[in-house]
Ligand binder design. Structure first.
Ligand code: CTP
Length: 397
């Protein structure tokens, strides 16, 4: 989604400036074209040469330098940008921007920008919490800036508190959310399920599966970027949910059933990427099950069926609602997926085979066949994020 996008990276003189190099690199890796604008103070903390090399573009630092690509560099960069992010944004730069002061390359460029503008403040806690800084931040919000609230933690000044710049990988996600792109899901409410369920046997043990949640999280992020209001119902995973998505954490199939069914009626699109357990232990012990208790080892676990959430949603589908399921199979992929499409009253099912090394649990890629009532579309191997967009394309068009 950042492929070919023009990102203007503003760097002001906070110690967190060294982390911005990681952001520049991540943006370039994600396919964006990046130009950097630095304040003079920022250049004392990290050399512009770092950004020159990472982005392949000469960093702008001096309004009167005549050696840049364009003669009136601050205006040209502002016109070029699809999105501006200032990270870190110091109290001083925030104060200047909120009052329209433009006395260096970064502030003049920002004043000339008509694109989306993000700022990531980073400073000492007292400086951040000072009412004058807070007022300036409010003023910037009023002028249309998106302010990425700093984290709390250990600060370079040796104290602990609020004021740490948000980590580069999280800034990247915020940029993805705000970068201009097609918003074909604007106004739509989308519910996505992801990850595995855990079915408790006793306080120590549970039955689960290998689902990593990657496909569901990619779908939630893609839907968010395309303008939807997204709810992600997720089992336990190691993933960080995308920002701006409402997250409901669940453990068991029963909890997922409750979370999904209580939100389903208000959703336009429901995509069930979770790997839900079909069975759970019939009896859950409140104490840890000990081996050899009463002279008898536990060598079998009596199971009972869980509720099929997707089948329930299919039975209670509201007018115009789009219901999408997943089918992971080890044999008869298309035949089994078709049966699920019909039996669960779905609009589409995304079939993938566990036999394909590029698909399945915990892989970064997927190989899907999208089946609808009127036909099937085979997709080549692609990242789960790309597959998410293909699924949403199929829903939208
Ligand atoms: N699903 C669900 N609730 C369940 C089981 C599955 O909502 N209790 C959903 C999954 O999220 C998926 C779809 O149903 O979108 C198909 O799941 P899958 O495990 O492939 O198939 P099952 O319907 O469980 O059938 P089988 O076990 O026979 O393959």
């Amino acid at each position: 989604m950042l492929q070919g996008k023009h990102i203007l990276l503003g760097v002001s003189g906070g110690i967190a400036a060294y982390k911005t190099a990681t952001l520049a690199s991540a943006l370039v890796k994600a396919g964006a074209e990046v130009r950097t604008v630095m304040t003079e103070n920022a250049t004392k903390l990290i050399s512009p040469v770092v950004f020159d090399n990472l982005t392949g573009n000469k960093t702008s630092t001096d309004v009167f330098d005549r050696t840049y690509r364009e003669k009136v560099s601050h205006i040209a960069n502002a016109a070029w940008a699809d999105l501006l992010i200032i990270a870190p944004a110091t109290a001083n730069v925030i104060a200047k921007l909120s009052h329209g002061i433009a006395d260096d390359m970064l502030t003049t460029t920002t004043l000339a920008c008509t694109c989306k503008k993000l700022i990531a403040p980073a400073m000492n806690t007292h400086m951040y919490e000072n009412p004058v800084t807070q007022d300036n931040i409010e003023m910037l919000k009023k002028y249309g800036f998106e302010v990425i609230e700093p984290d709390s933690g250990f600060l370079a000044c040796g104290t602990s508190g609020k004021g740490r710049m948000v980590e580069p990988e999280d800034l990247l996600e915020v940029i993805k959310h705000f970068v201009p792109c097609k918003k074909d899901l604007a106004g739509k409410r989308v519910l996505v399920t992801a990850g595995p369920t855990r079915e408790a046997l006793d306080p120590v043990r549970f039955l689960t599966n290998h689902s990593s949640g990657k496909m569901g999280y990619a779908l939630a992020q893609a839907a968010d970027v395309r303008g939807a209001q997204v709810t992600l119902v997720t089992g336990k995973t190691n993933l960080t949910p995308p920002p701006f998505v409402k997250v409901i954490e669940v453990e068991s199939a029963a909890e997922m059933f409750d979370a999904v069914t209580s939100h389903a009626a208000e959703c336009d699109i429901i995509i069930k990427a979770a790997a839900v357990a079909d069975y759970r232990p019939a009896n859950v012990s409140s104490e840890k099950i000990k081996k050899g208790a009463d002279g008898s080892d536990m060598t079998a676990i009596p199971l009972e069926r869980t509720k099929d959430i997707l089948a329930y949603l299919g039975e209670h589908k509201k007018e115009g609602q789009i219901l999408v399921g997943f089918a992971m199979e080890t044999e008869n992929l298309i035949e089994n997926a078709k049966q699920k499409l019909e039996k669960k009253n779905l609009d589409m099912i995304c079939a993938n085979s566990l036999r394909n090394p590029d698909a399945g649990f915990d892989t970064a890629t997927n190989v899907l066949t999208l089946l609808k009532k009127d036909g099937a579309k085979e997709l080549p191997v692609m990242t789960k994020r790309e597959a998410a967009d293909k699924i949403l394309d199929e829903i939208c068009y």
